[in-house]
Write a protein that binds this ligand. Structure first.
Ligand SMILES: Cc1cc2nc3c(=O)[nH]c(=O)nc-3n(C[C@H](O)[C@H](O)[C@H](O)COP(=O)(O)OP(=O)(O)OC[C@H]3O[C@@H](n4cnc5c(N)ncnc54)[C@H](O)[C@@H]3O)c2cc1C
Length: 491
């Protein structure tokens, strides 16, 4: 006992791992490049407004509940179930779809455009449920010791799902629905994985079951950053130490073990075990100089799209907005096929608006709203120059104003823009890719960078680019999987 675990980074995967470790009596020290914890799950406070910087909701709340139970604690933040889950508006239409979990209610909104919507949706969700139940524990919530182990575990999955590995999400949805509105609205969830419905495997339609049936979506009272505040408070109670503004650039080894990690200023941190929350591929390439992750090889891997995000505080209330609002164009297929690679798509951007002050009035001054916009864009591999960011942001603000029939531009009190370059520089995200390594067939499960090091027996990895993948519930599962390995190592 009382061994020291050094955790590089303080994103959600790191914080969750640290809590599991500190609750078992291990000393935990976090080394974080930025001045506050959270990683992508972060917060901007400016001019009286509070904004969540990245995640604005999560699904699979049971993952958080199971995790906190393992820590033998009460959940240190309050989450609020969303209904409707989100709203979707198509360009040129004054109709807004409100995505209810209640399928009968939802069906009413499709009555004129998709005959028998309810029956079709029930059939589609039945299949999604089967996918979820047959894969979640085997493929998502599992460690893999080798590719052989992964393949062996995959063989336990019902073979009925094999075609879903080779079909796209959109092709699968298309088999169930005929109207463009239903197909686009149902397949939108694929964007949450950082790819598009056309290149995301149909197997991920299990997400439709998690959003509509199993669990829904949740927001956190006071804003998503309260997840971080709650976890940090518990960690501090357990004696965890945080070192901020310290970026690890080197490791020093002794035999097959890491002895210390060293930051840019030469500060050294010694420990018994090292857990890396920096990107699992990038850290191996740029800090450990591993040939398998050299710059050429990193460039050949497939990375998720970038995000242009901006945070706008405005005077006036917008009661017509939900918490989550999607504004789509009129060229879904063309847009989705081009968005990751072609900057031209930004002439007609699709975007998402989060109105955090709708349910959290403390996030904006009285009579004001805190709006957070996300626009999927090519990452820096495909668009390196972001001098036009301000113009793109203005075109989105103009489009948004038209769609809600209120010109918000003269009412802007504060505005902050993050381009993929900012995301890269702030959080060490490869080429500003928002969600890390993509979830294509050859980059999932046992084929993702491992959560244990190939050379150092006391080094492990947690976070979006190792097992199981991107998203907040996955970061928590990633922590459980990494800590399982650490407990095994420490005996
Ligand atoms: C715009 C956006 C919107 C999103 N929306 C959602 C959403 O609504 N719901 C959802 O579930 N997920 C969402 N996600 C995904 C989610 O944010 C991530 O999957 C999750 O937060 C990743 O956690 P992580 O553990 O990988 O750590 P990260 O957040 O990547 O944190 C890693 C930390 O390590 C630090 N670091 C990196 N290198 C070093 C180094 N060398 N030395 C010291 N520190 C280092 C970084 O500064 C960072 O703080 C979104 C992501 C983005 C970008």
């Amino acid at each position: 006992m009382n061994k020291k675990v050094i955790i590089v980074g303080a994103g959600l995967g790191a914080l969750a791992s640290g809590l599991l470790l500190s609750r078992k009596g291990y000393k935990v020290e976090f080394i974080e490049k930025n001045s506050q914890a959270g990683g992508r799950l972060n917060q901007i406070k400016k001019d009286g407004f509070t904004f969540d910087t990245g995640p604005s909701f999560f699904s699979m709340s049971f993952v958080f509940k199971d995790f906190i139970e393992k820590c033998e604690l009460d959940i240190p933040f309050k989450f609020v179930e969303l209904d409707p889950l989100y709203s979707v508006n198509f360009k040129g239409s004054d109709k807004t779809f409100h995505l209810n979990k209640d399928i009968k209610q939802l069906a009413k909104q499709f009555v004129d455009i998709e005959p028998d919507f309810e029956e079709k949706m029930e059939k589609y969700l039945k299949k999604s449920k089967q996918l979820f139940e047959d894969t979640f524990d085997i493929v998502i919530r599992n460690n893999f010791d080798s590719v052989f182990d992964y393949v062996f575990k995959l063989m336990q999955v019902n073979p009925i799902h094999i075609p879903q590995l080779f079909n796209s999400f959109y092709t699968h949805v298309q088999k169930h629905f005929s109207s463009k509105e239903a197909k686009q609205v149902i397949s939108l969830v694929a964007f949450f994985l950082g790819r598009t419905p056309f290149d995301t495997m149909a197997i991920y339609s299990l997400l439709s079951y998690t959003e509509f049936r199993h669990d829904g979506y949740y927001n956190v009272e006071g804003g998503m950053y309260n997840i971080v505040n709650g976890l940090v408070a518990e960690l501090e109670k357990n004696g965890a130490v945080f070192h901020f503004n310290s970026e690890i650039i080197k490791v020093e080894k002794e035999n097959d073990k890491v002895k210390k990690v060293i930051d840019k200023e030469g500060k050294e941190y010694l420990g018994d075990v090292f857990l890396i929350n920096a990107d699992a591929a990038l850290f191996r390439g740029r800090v450990l100089n591993r040939e398998k992750y050299c710059e050429n090889k990193l460039a050949k891997m497939e990375w998720t799209m970038g995000y242009l995000t901006f945070y706008v505080g405005i005077k006036g209330k917008l009661p017509q907005l939900n918490l989550h609002n999607y504004y789509l164009g009129d060229n879904f297929e063309e847009y989705a096929k081009d968005v990751m690679h072609k900057p031209d798509t930004l002439q007609k951007p699709y975007f998402y608006v989060n109105n955090v002050s709708k349910y959290n009035p403390e996030c904006a001054p009285e009579g004001c709203e805190s709006l957070f916009f996300v626009c999927p864009v090519p990452n820096l591999q495909y668009k390196n120059n972001w001098d036009d960011a301000e113009d793109i942001v203005n075109s989105i603000l103009e489009d948004f104003s038209k769609r809600i029939d209120i010109d918000i531009i003269p009412n802007i009190i504060t505005k902050t823009i993050y381009t993929p370059k900012d995301w890269q520089d702030k959080f060490n995200l490869y080429q500003g890719s928002g969600l890390g390594l993509s979830h294509k067939l050859m980059q999932i499960g046992g084929l993702r960078p491992r959560n244990f090091d190939e050379e150092f027996s006391n080094m492990f990895y947690v976070g979006a680019s190792t097992l199981p993948g991107a998203g907040l519930p996955m970061a928590v599962i990633s922590a459980e999987l990494a800590v399982e390995r650490i407990f095994k190592y420490l005996g």
